[in-house]
Design a protein around this ligand. Sequence first.
Ligand SMILES: *Cc1c(COP(=O)(O)O)cnc(C)c1O
Length: 412
Amino acid sequence: MDDTEQTAAHVKAAGSADFGSELHGTADRWSQGYGFETRAIHAGQDPDPTTGAVVVPIYQTSTYVQSEVGVHRGYEYSRSGNPTRTALETCLAALEGGRTGLAFASGLAAEDCLLRTMTGPGGHVVVPDDAYGGTYRLFAKVLQRWGVEHTPVALGDLAAVRAAMRPETSLIWCETPTNPLLGVADIAALATIAHDGGARLVVDNTFASPYLQQPLALGADVVVHSTTKYLGGHSDVVGGALVTSDVLLGEELAYHQNAMGGVSGAFDSWLVLRGAKTLGVRMDRHCTNAARVVDLLLAHPAVASVLYPGLPDHPGHEIAGRQMSQFGGMVSFRLAAGEAAALEVCRSTQVFTLGESLGGVESLIEHPGRMTHASVAGSQLEVPSDLVRLSVGIETVDDLLADLDRALAAAS
Ligand SMILES: *Cc1c(COP(=O)(O)O)cnc(C)c1O
């Protein structure tokens, strides 16, 4: 009997109505009644029952012994469940205030699993008009071909979101703050619109992280993460996650996670779990460093505008102040002298490393138009060519300021 049949037999034996009993993170004793940092360090991470190891071991195994046919200790095969992954999934659920957590090989693997669970041929989704490039590509190039329509809308315009809803709309996809334009969407208002239309609200919480923003508490149905970013936090792993407080939906997603197979490996799960322990202290420093960088950019003549939700003149400032505890570590800005100046700044920094991705301890700089968002060129989601995006790291802030000052002088 191969593992697929075994799982089918297991489902039957368990008498589960529709979905299997795949292992996944569910709330444990640390999930309630403890503060964020305590949950980050302990949820899913009780000392190993076999050895007493304080840190969850990397269970680098594909399969598990059975004492008799079909009799095992819960784990049968590591696509269906792995103890290191379960620890991470439990921790992620606790950090987002959800019931079910699922960890994937990448953020896009998580999104693909979610979308093919919650939409299907003939379906429709409402998406942000400045979604993460890879998310947009999934809608435009993959789901479109599979018969799922999407309507890009500026999520700040709630009347436009309402107008875009159709009877067959199964979800609204929200990203806030957005990448790379740092637009802010009202999660609670979007949840109301989605639910009024019989749809669900999905929030990509990658930019804020659960430390700054708790979408489930604001009415969202599912939270998506690229754990590659702030949750992992050290630019050494690619991963993704889904968290929901709807247990039935969680079962459905877990079934598809196992059926589709894009799971997080044991070592990758362990790296994200280790990163998550320090999320709170890292985010505090990302935020204070970013605020100092924003001040420098605002005062610099080479900079035409600064995009940061912490600025009082940012269109989403008031909403961000309501739904985020701080304004985050991502800052974008536009150069007065256009694309050439933007490229020059990206070439000139030495502490800010030129590279894609974000959310790590090191500062990164990039040109979205030619790098992360090249795939949306020519579409409604195209980004300005004079735009530069910073992921402000946790280095000594004076070094970051001096580095940007030098690079901006080179581009003036
Ligand atoms: C990086 C990112 C993703 C995709 O995640 P991967 O781990 O690269 O697959 C999705 N959403 C946002 C906001 C991101 O920054």
